[in-house]
Design a protein around this ligand. Structure first.
Ligand SMILES: [Ca+2]
Ligand SMILES: [Ca+2]
Length: 245
């Protein structure tokens, strides 16, 4: 799978998956949820308290209707059944509804499409339980990595954190590139909480930015053998651009 090549979050230097993170950060970013859960972004309800997400799943499911398949953590299977609304098949929009940033903002549809295209290994357009495990672990790994660079625990990545993150993730950058990334991936925060810290990027958009930049860098490196210049045919370039999340 392609994500094994360049979609994975960085591992080295971040202490890997420290299960303790978050537990000591209760109230992260001044809200329930955020990075404080394990994994925070997978929780469709409960823990995020408030915001639009809590009510949508009320009723209809509670305890799993059956035992989890062999090798599947029961709590994760329970979550899978919740997110799938009980039919054990997670659609694109069901996954989007379940995945939240620290301000309870849903992941972008483009981010969710990237996750589905990466982990829908049988290409049926829906996320089954084993594919869900892949999504879950992937987001958890990214959370762990991003938590290490989100210095002020705001749940958003600001300019300084972005520069630190790109460097830590092995992405070569210039100030102009940082400006462009901020312009493209930052969001307005309707709560006004961000106004004093400049443009900032929510978790899912930051993840997508890093994957995109990493893919471009690796494509150039692989094709140029380090020379930094590559030639694409139009068809190849179109396919490459369309493969970016
Ligand atoms: Ca599938
Ligand atoms: Ca921050």
């Amino acid at each position: 799978m392609s994500y094994n090549n360049y979609g994975q979050p960085p591992h080295g230097g971040y202490g890997g998956q420290q299960p303790g993170y978050g537990q000591q950060q209760q109230g992260y970013g001044g809200q329930q949820g955020g990075y404080a859960q394990q994994p925070a972004y997978g929780a469709p309800h409960g823990g995020y308290g408030g915001g639009g997400g809590g009510g949508g799943y009320a009723g209809g499911f509670g305890t799993p209707s059956r035992a989890p398949p062999p090798g599947i953590d029961p709590a994760l299977f329970n979550k899978f059944q919740e997110v799938s609304r009980g039919d054990e098949a997670i659609s694109l929009l069901e996954l989007q509804e379940a995945l939240r940033n620290a301000n309870n903002r849903n992941f972008d549809l483009d981010t969710v499409k990237y996750l589905v295209s990466t982990f829908d290994t049988n290409h049926d357009g829906i996320i089954g339980i084993h594919e869900f495990v892949g999504v879950w672990n992937y987001i958890r790994d990214w959370q762990n990595a991003v938590s290490q660079i989100d210095n002020d625990k705001s749940g958003f990545i600001d300019r300084n954190e972005l520069q630190q993150g790109l460097t830590a993730f092995g992405i070569r950058w210039t100030p102009e590139i940082v400006d462009l990334v901020l312009r493209k991936y930052s969001v307005e925060d309707t709560t006004g909480r961000l106004f004093n810290q400049g443009p900032s990027i929510p978790f899912d958009r930051f993840m997508r930015a890093c994957v995109t930049l990493k893919k471009v860098q690796e494509a150039v490196d692989q094709r140029s053998h380090g020379a930094g210049q590559v030639q694409f045919t139009q068809d190849d370039l179109m396919k490459f651009v369309l493969s970016l999340p």
